[in-house]
Ligand binder design. Structure first.
Ligand SMILES: CC(C)(COP(=O)(O)OP(=O)(O)OC[C@H]1O[C@@H](n2cnc3c(N)ncnc32)[C@H](O)[C@@H]1OP(=O)(O)O)[C@@H](O)C(=O)NCCC(=O)NCCS
Length: 195
């Protein structure tokens, strides 16, 4: 595959029809152990796409993808779980990973999301505004290295207002809110703006 830098770089929201291509990208980037991770357990059974998922397309091919899943933390909404983030190996180290994360975070900030949480490498994500969550403040339903549990505050000071267990915002909760997942997330997010 070519990584011709003269081709247009398009970053856009991920769509349902991207699913197979994104799955293939994940398989290449992560390998077969990926479903055992605790973050995957949170996402299990949730819709594959939220309004904040982004893909980077070059020459008609998806070369990077990031998923953001609406979550509650200790039953409080207005938060997202970031991951997986994957970049095609032949396009690595060209800024595409950081680029799509930045775009996803901007979309989340514009929508009033207060905080984005992830499990990942602090040296990589620190440059995107993520920092370590104080040990025990936020927990996941499975083992996580506390040094890899990170958060980015989209509303300054928001992290202090989130404690407890991470759980995906389920479709039934979205339906109960009487709206599509994006609108439900926004209604959840508004109280967080007061933090
Ligand atoms: C990790 C990954 C997303 C990085 O994407 P990318 O587009 O290649 O990276 P970027 O171009 O945005 O950033 C490159 C920089 O990050 C650094 N970097 C890459 N992976 C890193 C890591 N795990 N820890 C620390 N730094 C890292 C590179 O050394 C480079 O540093 P430089 O700018 O000082 O040269 C990509 O390599 C990937 O898909 N890896 C496999 C899947 C994975 O581990 N995903 C992340 C967990 S969800």
């Amino acid at each position: 595959m070519s990584s011709d830098k003269s081709q247009a770089i398009i970053v856009r929201p991920a769509r349902a029809e991207d699913g197979a291509e994104i799955s293939a990208l994940h398989a290449r980037a992560f390998g077969p152990g990926r479903f055992a991770r605790t973050a995957y357990r949170v996402r299990e059974g949730t819709p594959a796409f939220s309004p904040f998922c982004r893909v980077c397309v070059i020459g008609g091919r998806i070369i990077a993808a990031v998923r953001l899943t609406p979550i509650s933390i200790g039953r409080r909404g207005g938060a997202l779980l970031l991951g997986p983030l994957a970049v095609a190996p032949d396009f690595a180290n060209q800024g595409h990973g950081r680029g799509i994360v930045r775009e996803a975070l901007e979309a989340a900030r514009s929508a009033g999301v207060a905080i984005v949480v992830l499990v990942g490498d602090e040296p990589y994500y620190a440059r995107l505004g993520f920092r370590r969550i104080p040990a025990g403040q936020i927990t996941l339903p499975g083992p996580v290295d506390p040094g890899r549990l990170l958060a980015a505050e989209l509303v300054p000071g928001a992290l202090a207002g989130f404690t407890g267990l991470v759980a995906a915002t389920r479709a039934s909760e979205d339906a109960a809110a009487g709206a599509d997942p994006a609108a439900s997330l926004l209604s959840d997010a508004r109280p967080s703006l007061r933090v």
